[in-house]
Design a protein. Structure first.
Lengths: 115, 148
């Protein structure tokens, strides 16, 4: 699978990882925030971040449904999940997978109603 | 062009900015974070850094809203200048912030669109060019391929 080189050194907060010496060279106000973020197990303001992820996923699923209406659920999940940044924790991947399935099934039901 | 701003401190990669709002309620540390959400798309998160914790639920009411927003806009300029192939995604969390973001894009339309392409997500969930006076669910800001 093609890897996105840009994400190799991202922390779980979705920001690039800085070396200790880089952190120490920062003004205190920034280094305090950066240290806090680097220790976090999730993105800052997760409610907002995952709401945004879901908005973007739902838009992509709509496009996918238009271009590949017969695609199987496993393929849909695979296609959508592989686009997520690598730092997304397992529990969030589970949450987003459920969201992807619900969205795809909702569109399928909508299609049946309108058929 | 941006107007009066606070002095920004930033990480070397320009993903984290911080500044101090100074107003009626005292000195409040603000943070702006650009977290990757998709390839070349970054979520703008903005809030207070209080007692070593992030807080985006409060609206500080420090009587310096314009200056604070100018400072956030400045960070957008800096981020996009450094990473011209990246776009910034902004989704308001509540009605207050939605009104605020619409106001910023509407009032600063000419100067923002001189440099940036602003697309907005409408109620039909379609990305369209931002138009002042209309209501949107989210915004995307990216550098124009040709700057006026």
């Amino acid at each position: 699978m093609k890897k996105k080189s840009i994400e190799k050194n991202f922390t779980k907060a979705g920001i690039p990882e800085l070396a200790k010496e880089q952190l120490e060279a920062l003004p205190k106000a920034v280094s305090d925030v950066y240290k806090f973020l680097q220790e976090k197990e999730d993105v800052p303001f997760p409610k907002k971040y995952y709401a945004a992820q879901k908005t973007l996923i739902s838009l992509e699923i709509r496009e996918l449904k238009k271009s590949n209406p017969e695609l199987g659920l496993a393929s849909v999940v695979g296609l959508m999940i592989q686009k997520l940044p690598d730092f997304i924790p397992g529990n969030r991947i589970v949450e987003l997978t459920k969201f992807i399935i619900d969205e795809w099934e909702r569109l399928e039901k909508h299609e049946l109603v309108n058929a | 062009m941006i107007g009066e701003t606070y002095e920004l401190s930033n990480s070397p990669d320009l993903h984290v900015f911080t500044f101090f709002s100074e107003g009626e309620k005292g000195r409040i540390q603000k943070v702006i974070i650009y977290s990757i959400i998709q390839e070349n798309l970054y979520n703008l998160a903005f809030g207070d850094f209080v007692n070593g914790e992030l807080d985006d639920a409060v609206i500080s009411n420090n009587a310096d809203l314009v200056k604070v927003m100018n400072t956030v806009v400045k960070s957008v300029y800096l981020f996009i200048e450094e990473y011209p192939d990246r776009a910034i995604y902004i989704e308001p969390v509540d009605r207050k912030r939605s009104v605020l973001y619409h106001a910023i894009f509407s009032r600063r339309y000419d100067e923002i669109t001189a440099i940036f392409e602003v697309t907005a997500l409408n109620e039909k969930k379609q990305w369209v060019p931002f138009e002042s006076g209309k209501s949107y669910l989210a915004f995307q800001v990216e550098r124009k391929s040709t700057i006026k």
